[in-house]
Design a protein around this ligand. Structure first.
Ligand SMILES: Nc1ncnc2c1ncn2[C@@H]1O[C@H](COP(=O)(O)OP(=O)(O)OP(=O)(O)O)[C@@H](O)[C@H]1O
Ligand SMILES: [Mg+2]
Length: 278
């Protein structure tokens, strides 16, 4: 079997001052595939994503294994981590409005990624950024390059973010609800771009989402998280055949067009879900 890009074993995360762990023994491996992480709000999805980039100041991260390629993410110094973040591993966040710097032209923000990680001239970085803006289907990259974040639409902002995250050609992209701020048509475009990247560049993609339909259609595999644990791992196409009562509950709580007017099911949580091993 191909060597995994990421190996996570018994990952535990406690935020400073918190009495309980936000992530309680998560294990999974990731190859060159699209892995979905779903689960309700507060189940620890984003915390897992941020821990991989070690973007959790003040939190305690422990694991039996946290390997990214040949690197041990648990022992890497902060200086070495700076070379990993944005270069070999990057994260696409939910809302471009909060992630782009409002007082700098968007193109310069994209080019900066390249300048940071590679020795090159400003002109070269600009060319790379323009090519990447084009690759994420921005029609007039020269014009968009010189615009400020408030001058572009949300969908375009999200594509700019993706361009920024991909410019350095990472092996792993973590997308945390990358399309939840977008309308349906733009959402499809963005997903297509991400899909193309997995296929053409062979990256590993972690897609964090609330949306079961999205991960069912888009991902290869899905982890279902509940209260800081993975309760079930499934091939995305088998999602409807999930066995864990929590996953079944999430599926039953989804509204369906033409599904009748009966009230939606409410999750019936059980204490033993907190303890059982996935
Ligand atoms: N910076 C923080 N400091 C303290 N606790 C935090 C912090 N961020 C998250 N938490 C707690 O960690 C737990 C997991 O949160 P996390 O944001 O990972 O959930 P999530 O699954 O991403 O939820 P959502 O779907 O709402 O984004 C929650 O109980 C949350 O309150
Ligand atoms: Mg989250």
């Amino acid at each position: 079997m191909e060597k995994p890009i990421l190996e996570v074993d018994n990952l535990r995360i406690r935020y400073g001052g918190a009495s309980a762990e936000a992530v309680r023994g998560v294990s999974f491996t990731l190859g060159r595939e699209r892995l979905g992480i779903v689960g309700e709000s507060g189940s620890g999805k984003s915390t897992v994503g941020r821990a991989l980039l070690r973007l959790l100041p003040g939190a305690t991260i422990t694991a039996d294994k946290l390997r990214f390629g040949e690197l041990d993410l648990l022992t890497l110094s902060e200086k070495e981590m700076l070379k990993v973040r944005g270069r070999r591993m990057s994260m696409i966040l939910q809302d471009p409005k909060f992630s782009l710097n409002p007082i700098r032209r968007v193109g310069d923000q994209v080019a900066e990624t390249y300048l940071r990680h590679f020795r090159c001239s400003k002109a070269e970085a600009r060319d790379k950024a323009l090519a990447m803006l084009e690759a994420v289907k921005i029609r007039d990259p020269e014009r968009v390059y010189d615009q400020y974040p408030h001058e572009i639409s949300g969908g375009m902002g999200q594509r700019v973010m993706i361009a920024m995250m991909l410019l350095a050609d990472p092996d792993l992209v973590i997308a945390d609800e990358p399309t939840s701020a977008l309308d349906v048509t733009v959402r499809l475009q963005v997903l297509n771009i991400l899909d193309g990247l997995v296929r053409d560049r062979g990256i590993g993609l972690i897609m964090i989402s609330h949306d079961l339909n999205l991960v069912r259609n888009f991902c290869d595999r899905v982890l279902i998280m509940y209260a800081g644990r993975v309760v079930e791992t499934l091939a995305a196409r088998d999602l409807d055949r999930a066995e864990h009562p929590y996953t079944r509950g999430l599926l039953a709580a989804q509204p369906r067009i033409g599904g009748g007017r009966a009230p939606l099911a409410v999750l019936d949580r059980q204490l033993e879900w907190l303890e059982e091993k996935a």
